[in-house]
Design a protein around this ligand. Structure first.
Ligand code: CP
Length: 310
């Protein structure tokens, strides 16, 4: 695949990626992880600046992009509290990004409004990466999720994947389901009735011949990958509805005898109560490893969209 096609590419939705493109990013991420583990300082992005514009809270996405840029020899600027920016004076995200393109070589945006990243990218020339837009998309999380799965099983095709929790508002599961349309997997969607994955997405998966089972029961006994999500309190219009479902599923020691020996438990984090800390030390837990994988994957992506060969 030509590196040229990645130069200045906006990364907005995983739906914009073909399977070849996803596989290419995963391959480059492996290369980057090898470079990272050599512990030699990298200067691939020396002289370049990343702008991290976070209009919504973040620990992992924001810090791992900053770490990625600094590990590559570049610098990072930005904000993590929208209240300290000119948004409070009425500036639009589109204008903010047009201004920041004058300061930085690549921009990451997280925003609560679905479609904000796409709209912001339309009038700028520097690459813009969506760090999460409302309940819509989180493409770089998906790439690191796929990277984690592939690292574990050396493949994605043929796996049985269970998604558990908030499948209505969780952008990570929306992005991941979109990406998995490109692979030969079986999906079990486990959620309270109120938090089912949107019907159009389930239909989209089935149209791509993915075997999809929807259930309210925590049936994870056959899964290779159990992808657990937090119930997204901040996206509920009605706090009473959140209260009813907030502890719908809790993975604790009780589930261990039901799992396949080699099953892995993933979570984009942060977790609240849906995975007990008692699971953390078991052979199934991969969520902290998953979070660490964000660094090589984002390093690879930053290089690709900035036209830096490696
Ligand atoms: N997984 C993830 O997006 O975490 P943050 O909200 O901390 O960035």
């Amino acid at each position: 695949m030509s590196l040229k096609q990645w130069d200045k590419k906006h990364i907005i939705s995983i739906r914009d990626f073909s399977r070849d493109e996803i596989d290419f990013v995963l391959k480059k991420s492996r290369l980057m992880e090898d470079k990272l583990s050599s512990r030699k300082p990298l200067e691939l992005m020396k002289g370049l600046i990343l702008a991290n514009l976070f209009f919504e809270p973040s620990t992992r996405t924001s810090m791992s992009f900053e770490t990625a840029m600094k590990r590559l020899g570049g610098k990072a600027v930005g904000f993590s509290v929208a209240e300290t920016t000119s948004e409070v004076k009425g500036e639009t995200i589109v204008d903010t990004v047009r201004v920041v393109e004058g300061y930085a070589d690549v921009i990451v945006v997280r925003h609560p409004a679905e479609g904000a990243a796409r709209a912001a990218s339309e009038n700028i020339k520097v690459p813009l990466i969506n760090g999460g837009d409302g309940a819509n998309q989180h493409p770089t999380q998906t790439l690191l999720d796929l990277y984690t799965i592939q690292k574990e099983y050396k493949k994605i095709d043929g796996l049985s994947i269970a998604m558990v929790g908030d499948l209505k508002y969780g952008r990570t599961v929306h992005s991941l389901a979109n990406a998995l349309e490109n692979y030969d997997v079986k999906l079990t969607l486990i959620s309270p009735r109120e938090l089912r994955m949107p019907v159009r997405m389930v239909n989209g998966l089935r149209e791509r011949a993915i075997e999809v089972k929807e259930t309210t029961r925590l049936s994870i006994g056959k899964a290779d990958v159990i992808y657990v999500t937090r119930i997204q309190r901040e996206r509920f219009p009605d706090p009473q509805e959140f209260k009813r479902v907030k502890e719908a599923y809790v993975l604790d020691e009780g589930i261990l005898p039901k799992l396949r020996d080699d099953a892995i438990i993933m979570h984009p984090l942060p977790r609240v109560s849906e995975i007990s800390p008692a699971i953390d030390g078991t052979r199934h837990a991969r969520y902290f490893q998953q979070s660490r994988n964000g660094v090589p994957v984002r390093m690879a992506l930053l290089c690709l969209v900035c036209g830096v060969d490696f």
